[in-house]
Design a protein around this ligand. Structure first.
Ligand SMILES: [Zn+2]
Length: 258
C-alpha cells in the first residue's frame, strides 16, 4: 500500500526569523533528500485519492506567502513536485499584510513584506502549473473560538471564493493554526470539503477531514526532518468516495468528471 507523507510549510525566506519561515537552502536540502529517498510529489487531493507512487509526498503551504512563488516554486518545479497552497481568501489583492494573531508582531518591522499574500493571478499561475489551490478560511480566525454562524461563513465563504477565482472545485482546507474540534470538523464537512489538514504535535490518526501533516519550521535541517518523518508517513490506498462524507464524495466525483 502506498505511503503518503504530507508536509506543512508556510514561508521561505533567507532573512525572516519567524518560526514559520524556512531558509531557502534548508527547503531545498529537505526536498532533495526526500526525492533521493524515493518520495514523489502530488497535490494533497491527488495524494489522498489516487497516490501513484509507493512513496507519495504532498507538500503544502499555509497562508499563500509571496515567497512560495518566489523561492519555493523554482525548487519544486526543478524537482517535479506540485504542491497545495491554502489561501486566507480575504487577503489576495487586498494589499494588506496578513496581520493575525502571531503575525502581528512583525508589522512595522523590516520583515513586514513577508506578510503579503500572493494575488489571485499568481495563484492561477500556480494552478496552471499543476498546483492545488485550497482554502484557509476567509480571515484566519481560531475556528474553535468563533460562533456557529461565523464558522459556517468562514468555511463556505473561502471555498466559494477559491472556486470563483480558480474556476474549479475547491475540495481541500487547512484549519488556521491547525485549530479544530468535533464542531469544526462537522462544519467543514457541511461546507463541502473533502479534505482538511491539521498540524498535530505528534502522530495522529489520519481521517479525510483531520489529516495530520508534519510541520516544518525555522532552523530545521534535512537530517532532522528525515528522522521525524520516518515515524509519521501514513499508508493509504487512496480514499474511495465511500470513505468520505456524502456531500464531499459527491463534490469529489463531480470534480473528477470535470
Ligand atoms: Zn495559517
Amino acid at each position: 500500500m502506498p505511503r503518503v507523507l504530507v508536509l506543512c510549510y508556510h514561508a521561505v525566506s533567507e532573512a525572516w526569523p519567524a518560526a514559520t519561515s524556512v531558509k531557502p537552502e534548508h527547503f531545498e536540502a529537505q526536498l532533495e533528500s526526500l526525492v533521493r529517498a524515493g518520495w514523489r510529489g502530488a497535490t494533497l487531493r491527488d495524494a489522498l485519492t489516487s497516490p501513484r507512487h509507493e512513496l507519495t509526498l504532498a507538500v503544502t503551504f499555509d497562508d499563500a506567502h509571496r515567497s512560495v512563488l518566489e523561492l519555493a516554486y523554482p525548487v519544486l518545479a526543478r524537482l517535479g513536485i506540485p504542491a497545495s497552497v491554502f489561501v486566507p481568501t480575504d487577503y489576495p489583492g487586498s494589499g494588506r499584510p496578513m496581520a493575525w494573531d502571531g503575525y502581528d508582531t512583525w508589522i512595522g518591522g523590516p520583515h513586514e513584506a513577508e506578510l503579503l499574500c500572493l494575488s489571485w493571478d499568481e495563484l492561477r499561475g500556480l494552478r496552471d502549473e499543476g498546483w492545488e489551490i485550497g482554502a484557509h478560511t476567509c480571515s484566519h480566525p481560531r475556528l474553535t473560538a468563533v460562533s456557529d454562524e461565523q464558522l459556517a461563513r468562514e468555511l463556505a465563504g473561502s471555498r466559494e471564493r477559491c472556486e470563483e477565482e480558480m474556476r474549479e472545485r475547491c475540495l481541500s482546507l487547512a484549519y488556521p493554526y491547525g485549530d479544530h474540534d468535533e464542531r469544526v470538523v462537522a462544519a467543514a464537512r457541511d461546507a463541502g470539503y473533502a479534505f482538511a489538514c491539521t498540524v498535530p504535535r505528534r502522530a495522529a490518526e489520519p481521517l479525510p477531514l483531520r489529516w495530520p501533516r508534519v510541520g516544518v519550521y525555522h532552523g530545521e535541517g534535512a537530517g532532522e526532518l528525515q528522522l521525524r518523518i520516518a515515524r509519521r508517513a501514513r499508508s493509504v490506498r487512496g480514499l474511495a468516495p465511500a470513505h468520505l462524507a456524502a456531500g464531499a464524495a459527491a463534490r469529489l466525483r463531480r470534480a473528477r468528471r470535470g
